[in-house]
Design a protein around this ligand. Sequence first.
Ligand code: 8GP
Length: 812
Amino acid sequence: MQPYTADGLKDEIARRLQVDKGQKLEEASPKDVYYALASIVHGEIMPSWNKTQQKYKDKKAKQVYYLSMEFLIGSLIKSNLLNCGMLNQTIEALRKMGFHPEEIFAQEQDAALGNGGLGRLAACFLDSLSSLDYPGHGHGIRYRYGLFEQRIIHGNQVELPDYWLKDAYPWENRKEEEAILIHFRGEVHMFKKNDGSLEFKHENTDKVMAVPYDIPVVGYQNSTVNTLRLWSAEPYFPPEENEGQEDDFYHDLEHQHSIEQITGFLYPDDSNIEGKELRLKQQYFLVSSSIQNIIRQFKENYQLPLSRLPEKVVIQINDTHPSLGIPEMMRVLMDEENLSWDAAWKVTTGAFAYTNHTTLSEALETWPVEMTEGLLPRIYMIIHEINERFCRDLWFNHKEKREEIPQLAVIADGRVHMARLAIVGSFSVNGVARIHTEILKNQEMSGFYSLYPKKFNNKTNGITHRRWLLQANPGLAGLITDVIGPNWIRRPKQLISLMKYTKDRPLLEKFASAKQQNKQALANFIHQRTGIAVDPHSIFDVQIKRLHEYKRQLLNIFHVIYLYNELKDNPQLDVVPRTFIFGAKAAPSYYLAKEIIKLINTVASIVNYDKDVKDKLKVIFLENYNVSLAEKIIPAADISEQISTASKEASGTGNMKMMMNGALTIGTMDGANIEIHDLVGDDNMFIFGLSAEQVMDYYRHGGYSATDIYNTDDRVKRILDQLKLGEFGSQEIEFKDIYYNILSHNDPYFVLKDFEPYMEAHEIVERTYRDTYSWLQKSVTNIAYSGKFSSDHTIQQYATGIWNLKQFKEKE
Ligand code: 8GP
């Protein structure tokens, strides 16, 4: 890519404005400037993009396709500038032009095509694939509406549609000529061919066009540009069809609308299944377009028999949502390419690999047989046959498993079990953190693990340090480079060299000042957004993630209420001032999660204005938590709240992001917290609460008694009674459902059980924070060890351990 100087860029922006819009620079709005800039960057990317694709083709490189219903890519302008090596010049150019760079970057609306962890992970993986020169692409859905926009009105979450495509999206290229036809419904007819084999014809189908929109995925200053291909559903007009009849007009309109609905919106559920036919349609739409596309490209580019496809193609499915890709590949290979069942099965199971992201039972997808069969008759036939063959194999070749067949069968109880389909049809099954993989192997999927021990493997999640440190926290990143040089940017594990400096007091001061600047910036932002002034010298205690009972935002707010009660009892109490910062969206249909949001906001509205509390305690709920907001909050965090009920959080990735930005974790031994603990130890984080074994043991034996704790711990009793008596809230028992969920439903997520240890851990946090020097040492230690959680490391492990993929460093 051609290096731009700041002045060169400035001139080029002015020229574009003139040529494209007939505008003078002085007349241009921030949005005009953003579009001019994005078009320059896109122009820079294009040649490398074409070259990369051509190289893969010429060298017949093996490629990985990451299939996902979600890609939470956020905003791309800054990361594209960074990866193109243009960020600094752009900032300088914009300043010279009299603009505030952040204001220009903020013109891009986040592409919120995901819910949470799973979607963001997919985006981090794409960044690492390109940055490490791996031939790897994403396939997803171009939802017209992304994850809802959250407003908080009178403490309640209100959802607004996220029409992110309202303004043109400058990073996408529509590729109409590569559209693919998708078939739903219809009938399957069976014929006997001359050689005695069967032929299946799928006829009278509802046809939909899948039109791809390509987004470049730019590697970090390496000229590699891979592709994120997002499919959009459009009506199909057969070429031979005559002009529509007048009276068909309204019918056609309705038809068109129902087709466009397929890629209309992202289901807003996180860790929950949504048993709707439209969701099943979306899943098939994604996999059918992707698989047909992958096979077409393989045939065009490799000139190899399809039996050799697994040598050149690997398909990673992001949770079970794309597992219909397995029967879809079978369909294409058998019905369109004339492979036998056995040959097609060998190719399919040689190409697919499955990642599991959650063990929550409510997230395990199953689809009713009638729905699947009605919508996808040919696919259902194939799933049925996969199931028959699998069960037969169990019956005859694994006699010890005969009893377990109902728990293992792909079709059981009138439903298709997607995780079982994914396991049977893939050569690899991985969890996303060590403990999670162990739980899969030994509990949730133990029946399959004993059948196929070699399929199971762990790949602990990661995050791209380019977005989450280099881009989001330039102050800290610059300081790190001053201290250890720039090599950590390409080799993030080299952050470990920072360990040499943990006793260097003047240097620690500089780390403190970088954090302080970020805290000041966040305090300004909070003030501007909410009108509330927070003390930038208070502890910034942060919990940002989807709202779910298992993530236990409730435990956090109980701690806040406890501190508030203490201060009310004794306003002179000597405490380190704290600012609790929350960001969380709840699934629109998740009642208790929404009640918890309301509770947090209600507590905030009382605490923040109570004179007794002064500035010792503030509670901030930042609405509409998304990638861009995370980029503002994470660099300013002192404390990272990772307090899920042990065994429930598969991995977590926010824990890694905050660690990398020097926050100290308070957390349970769950998900990747355990691996953070392996690295930094008890001295550098605050571990508390039940272990996963203890939690699972309680579940096996009917839980513990929440009422006992209520009756014996005065602090707990007081908090719950305050909820019950309406002390927080305008009506009596406003939060009765939270109250009853804990006491009558016996606290399914162990909030009361972990309350005492959590309070103790927070006391240790406070004592530690008072010793600034020791805190800074711990903070730098966390940064130093965080390189292990770069998604570059994770992707290397996928590439060598699952994909057998080579870095493509070929220079021209
Ligand atoms: C999340 C897990 O909850 C989280 O622990 C993990 O870090 C992340 O995936 C990435 O592996 N799971 C989901 O986001 C999830 O299951 N979402 C689907 C229901 C949409």
